[in-house]
Ligand binder design. Structure first.
Ligand SMILES: [Zn+2]
Length: 346
């Protein structure tokens, strides 16, 4: 089969279009013929350097897979054949002490499709059948469905899990043009929150408003957190969903009200963050870790899209062989929504 095989670390050229053996399904696995696979920031980060401790070369990236089941392992019902599915990329063992204790998101053997096991930038990908969420044809198109899993479940878990956002609260979901931002704005609005978002380009303001954001801050016009405090009449916001990290952390602390909270949900701007301790402890502010999500949360998120309560935002669709061009756009930051590879696109 064809695959974008990563054999080193560095520029886009470390991923080459290669011919590799087709995957064989394990007893509880299926092989999915990939129709579409969205890009994520982690695909780029791990091209430059390993991020996940279990990352190994050679590697096939691509975590957001939509496709059709074309073969099944001996423990999988034959009725699975032909199903259109979207993958939950997080594969857990269901046997270790943490899985048995009801904490599969901290499984000792956890592997992620496209991050620490082979992913969807290929003709075929193997995954356990329990990771496949069947979706009828036509409910969403393949690119829309592929735009859902990683970004949306990140936003969903942050907002409904550790963030515990309630109706009437003021929430900052930054980076409206990102997949997490686009999903998070909608999820928080559906819960009855007032949502403030940020953009790094005034050209993205209208799209952010169309997603339901109550206020959109152009962060190129000055410190976004000052504007967020102004928007709350000097009180500060209740919650910041920080999927950015780096220098954003201090800004998020400064945007918070007394005893407000931050959910650390990503570190796309950098894993290291420095902050003024006094700004946190004097005012009883809290920084909460995102942690992992449960399989049921991924299914709940997909259901939100199928029911029309969330809308997929696709920046663009590229043909399989145009992965370098799609990656270049992702790295440029000049996108709005998810970037998707499609086997059907030219
Ligand atoms: Zn486990």
């Amino acid at each position: 089969m064809r695959a974008w095989l990563q054999t080193g670390f560095g520029p886009r050229a470390v991923r080459g279009l290669s011919e590799v053996p087709a995957p064989v399904p394990g007893a509880d696995e299926v092989v999915v013929r990939v129709r579409a696979c969205a890009l994520n920031r982690l695909d780029v980060l791990q091209r430059r350097a390993p991020v996940v401790p279990t990352f190994r070369l050679p590697h096939i990236a691509g975590m957001d897979v939509v496709g059709e089941v074309v073969s099944v392992g001996e423990e999988v019902p034959a009725t699975a054949l032909g199903a259109r599915v979207v993958l939950d990329p997080v594969v857990v063992c269901e046997r270790c002490d943490r899985c048995v204790a009801g904490l599969p998101m901290y499984c000792r053997e956890l592997r992620t499709v496209g991050s620490s096991r082979d992913g969807g930038f290929a003709d075929l990908v193997a995954a356990p059948w329990r990771n496949c969420i069947p979706v009828p044809e036509g409910a969403l198109d393949d690119a829309e469905l592929a735009s859902v899993p990683v970004a949306s479940v990140t936003a969903w878990h942050a907002i409904t899990g550790p963030g515990a956002v309630r109706a009437g609260e003021v929430v900052v979901v930054p980076a409206a043009g990102s997949g997490v931002g686009a999903a998070g704005i909608q999820i928080a609005k559906n819960l009855g929150a007032t949502v403030i978002t940020t953009v790094g380009d005034p050209g993205k303001i209208a799209a952010a408003e169309a997603l339901g954001a109550d206020a959109v801050i152009d962060r190129t016009a000055g410190p976004w957190w000052e504007r967020a405090v102004e928007l709350t009449d000097g009180r500060g916001v209740d919650v910041v969903i920080d999927h950015v990290g780096g220098e954003f952390v201090q800004q998020a602390i400064d945007a918070l009200r007394i005893e407000g909270r931050i959910v650390m949900s990503g570190t796309t701007a950098g894993s290291e963050a420095a902050f003024r301790g006094t700004s946190l402890f004097h005012w009883g502010k809290r920084i909460l870790g995102h942690g992992g999500y449960r399989p049921a949360e991924m299914r709940a998120v997909v259901e939100e899209y199928l029911a029309g309560r969330l809308r997929a935002v696709v920046d663009g669709v590229w043909g399989f062989e145009a992965l370098p061009e799609a990656e270049e756009r992702l790295e440029s930051g000049r996108f709005n929504g998810k970037l998707v590879l499609s086997m059907e696109a030219a």
